[in-house]
Write a protein that binds this ligand. Structure first.
Ligand code: HEM
Ligand code: HEM
Length: 500
C-alpha cells in the first residue's frame, strides 16, 4: 500500500502538508461482481425449487431434489449474494468513513477468495447431502473452521482500518458493521460446536431442547446480524449519498442502533412457540420481538425521512427508487415479524407459507433491493463509466417490484389457507381436512403464481447482469485506485481533496 507524505509545492509554503493515500476499490469491484454472480445462481436455484413444489417431476435424482437444493438456495442467497453485497458495502464505505485504505491488502484478498472458496464448498457438499441439518448452519465442520478463519481475517482487517483511521468520529454505519462482525463471530462459534465423527459428519454438543434453543438463537440472529444490521449500515451510508441529503436524525440513528442490537439478541425463542421450550422462554422471546418493532421502525423512519425535500429525485434515480422500496419492505417485514411472534398469531402462521411470505418480503424487498440500489450507485463510480442503460435499470426496478408482490401475495394466500384448513374442526370435534393432500391441492395454484413472481424477480437480476456487463465493457482498461489527499496532521473532520 503506497502511502506518502508530500510537502507543499515550491513557492506555496503556506499550504499545509498533505498526506496522499489511495482507497482500495479493486476489492470492492471483486465483491460487487461476486454479489451479482451468486445472486443469479442462488435465485436460479430458488426458481427451480419453486417449480419443484407444484411440479414434482422437476426433482431430478437425489442430488437435484428439493431437499438438497433448498439449503443450497438459502446458503447461496444469504451467505453468497447478501454476504458479498455487505462486504462490498463495508469495504467501500469503511475506507471513506475512516479516510484510510483498508488495513491490509493481503487480508482483503484472503477474505475475498476464502469466502468464494467456502461458497463453492457449500455448492458441492449440500447437493451431495452432506449437512449438519441445522437451518442456515448446514455446512459441515471443516467448512465451519474455514468460515472462522476467514471471518477472523476480515475482523482484523476491519478493526485495523478503524485503528488507523484519520477521521476521529465513527459514523453510525461503522457501528452497525462492528455489531455485525462481532455478533456473527459469536453466533457462528456458539452454534457450530460439534464433535466430528468423520470428515463429513459431526454431532452437535447440545442435546434436545438446548440444541433447539441454541439453533434458533443463532437462526434468528443470523437474520438480525447478517440480513439486518449490515444492511442498515449500508442504508445509513449509501442513502444519504444517493439522495445528497444528510441523514434525517443522527440522534435517532444512535438510539436505533443501541436499542436494536440490545433487543434482537433475546428474540430467538419466537421460532419455538408451542414446542418443548419452556413457556417462559417462549414468552420472553415474544415480548422482546414485540419490543423490536420500535427500533426497527425508528430505522425505517430515519431512512425514509432522509428523503425529505428530495422525493422528486425518485423520478430520475433508479438507485433511490430501489432504496425506497427496500426500506418500505423492511418496515413491512419488521411490523409483520413482531406480529408473527405473538403466540395466538403464531398458532395460525407457524409451519405455513406465511413464514415464506414474511421471509421473502424481507429478503427480496429489503436485502435484494438495497443491494441492487447500491450496485447501481457503485458501478459507475467503480468502473468510471455511466451506467449503460437507465431504461434497463428502470425495467429491473418494475419487473422486480411486481415479482416480489406476486411472490408474497401468493404465499400469504397459501399460508393463511393452510393455517385455517389445518385447524378447522367439524361439529363432532374431528379435523375437517384430515388428509394433508387436501391443503396441498388448494395451495397448488399459489405455487404457480409464486413461480411467476420469482421468475420475474430473477429476470430483473438478468437485466442487472447485462447492464453491468455492458457498462464494464465500455469502462477504461486502466482503473487506478482513487487517490485522496488530506492535511497530514489532521485527525478531525478533514475534507477529502481528490487528486488526479
Ligand atoms: C428469485 C428469487 C427467489 C425465489 C424464486 C425463491 C424461492 C424460494 C423457495 C421456493 C423456498 C422454499 C419454500 C418452502 O420450503 O416452502 C425458499 C426458501 C427460502 N428463501 Fe428464497 N427465493 C428467492 C430469493 C431469495 C432471496 C434473495 C433470499 C435471501 C436474501 C431468500 C431466502 C430464503 C430463505 C431464508 C428461505 C427459507 C425460509 C424458511 O425456512 O422459512 N430467497 N425460497
Ligand atoms: C422486527 C423484526 C422481526 C421479527 C420480530 C421477526 C419475527 C419472526 C417470526 C415470529 C418468525 C416466525 C417463526 C416461526 O413461526 O417459525 C420469523 C421467521 C423468519 N424471519 Fe422474521 N422477523 C423480523 C424481521 C425479519 C427480517 C427483516 C427478515 C429478513 C430479512 C426476516 C427473516 C426471517 C426468516 C428467514 C424467517 C424464517 C426462519 C425459519 O423458520 O427458517 N425476519 N420472523
Amino acid at each position: 500500500m503506497a502511502e506518502l507524505t508530500t510537502t507543499a509545492q515550491a513557492g506555496a509554503l503556506a499550504r499545509p502538508t498533505l498526506e496522499v493515500f489511495r482507497y482500495d476499490d479493486r476489492i470492492v469491484r471483486h465483491f460487487t461482481l461476486a454479489t451479482i454472480l451468486w445472486g443469479f445462481v442462488g435465485m436460479l436455484v430458488g426458481v427451480i425449487i419453486a417449480l419443484q413444489l407444484p411440479f414434482p417431476e422437476a426433482n431430478l435424482g437425489p442430488y437435484l431434489s428439493f431437499g438438497r437444493l433448498r439449503p443450497l438456495h438459502t446458503n447461496a442467497v444469504i451467505f453468497a449474494f447478501a454476504g458479498n453485497a455487505i462486504f462490498a458495502a463495508i469495504y467501500y464505505s469503511t475506507q471513506r468513513l475512516c479516510k484510510a485504505r483498508m488495513f491490509s491488502d493481503w487480508m482483503s484478498r484472503f477474505h475475498f477468495w476464502g469466502w468464494q472458496g467456502i461458497i463453492v464448498a457449500a455448492a458441492i457438499t449440500l447437493p451431495l447431502g452432506l449437512t449438519t441439518s441445522k437451518e442456515y448452519a448446514e455446512l459441515e465442520w471443516p467448512i465451519d473452521i474455514a468460515i472462522t478463519v476467514v471471518w477472523v481475517v476480515f475482523a482484523v482487517n476491519f478493526f485495523g482500518t478503524l485503528y488507523k483511521r484519520r477521521e476521529q468520529h465513527m459514523y453510525v454505519a461503522l457501528w452497525f458493521y462492528i455489531a455485525t462482525i462481532v455478533t456473527v463471530a459469536v453466533l457462528h462459534l456458539g452454534n457450530s460446536m460439534a464433535v466430528p465423527a468423520s470428515w463429513f459428519n459431526s454431532y452437535p454438543i447440545y442435546r434436545g431442547v438446548q440444541d433447539a434453543l441454541v439453533q434458533w438463537w443463532y437462526g434468528h440472529n443470523a437474520v438480525a446480524f447478517f440480513l439486518t444490521t449490515p444492511f442498515l449500515g449500508l442504508m445509513y451510508y449509501f442513502l444519504p449519498k444517493a439522495a445528497e441529503r444528510p441523514v434525517f436524525s443522527y440522534r435517532l440513528s444512535i438510539i436505533h442502533f443501541w436499542s436494536l442490537v440490545f433487543i434482537y439478541i433475546w428474540a430467538g425463542p419466537h421460532h419455538l412457540n408451542y414446542t418443548a421450550v419452556p413457556e417462559w422462554a417462549a414468552t420472553l422471546g415474544m415480548v422482546f420481538s414485540v419490543m423490536l418493532w420500535m427500533p426497527s421502525w425508528g430505522g425505517m423512519i430515519n431512512g425514509l425521512f432522509t428523503l425529505r425535500g428530495a422525493w422528486h429525485k425518485l423520478r430520475d434515480s433508479v438507485v433511490l427508487k430501489m432504496f425506497v422500496v427496500g426500506i418500505t419492505f423492511y418496515g413491512m417485514s419488521t411490523f409483520e415479524g413482531p406480529m408473527l411472534s405473538v403466540k395466538t398469531v403464531n398458532a395460525l402462521s407457524h409451519y405455513t407459507d406465511w413464514n415464506i411470505a414474511h421471509v421473502h418480503s424481507g429478503a427480496l424487498g429489503w436485502n435484494g433491493f438495497m443491494t441492487f440500489g447500491m450496485i447501481y450507485w457503485l458501478v459507475p463510480r467503480l468502473w468510471k463509466r455511466e451506467l449503460w442503460s437507465q431504461k434497463m435499470a428502470n425495467a429491473h426496478f418494475w419487473i422486480g417490484t411486481i415479482g416480489i408482490l406476486l411472490y408474497v401475495l401468493a404465499m400469504y394466500t397459501s399460508g393463511i389457507t393452510q393455517g385455517l384448513m389445518w385447524r378447522a374442526f367439524d361439529d363432532t370435534g374431528r379435523l375437517l381436512y384430515p388428509d394433508f393432500m387436501e391443503t396441498v391441492i388448494q395451495i397448488k395454484p399459489m405455487y404457480w403464481v409464486r413461480l411467476i413472481g420469482g421468475t420475474m424477480y430473477l429476470g430483473g437480476v438478468v437485466l442487472l447482469m447485462v447492464n453491468v456487463w455492458q457498462t464494464i465493457r465500455r469502462a477504461p482498461k486502466d482503473l487506478p485506485d482513487p487517490a485522496v489527499a488530506v492535511p497530514a496532521a489532521s485527525s478531525t473532520s478533514a475534507k477529502d481533496i481528490p487528486v488526479a
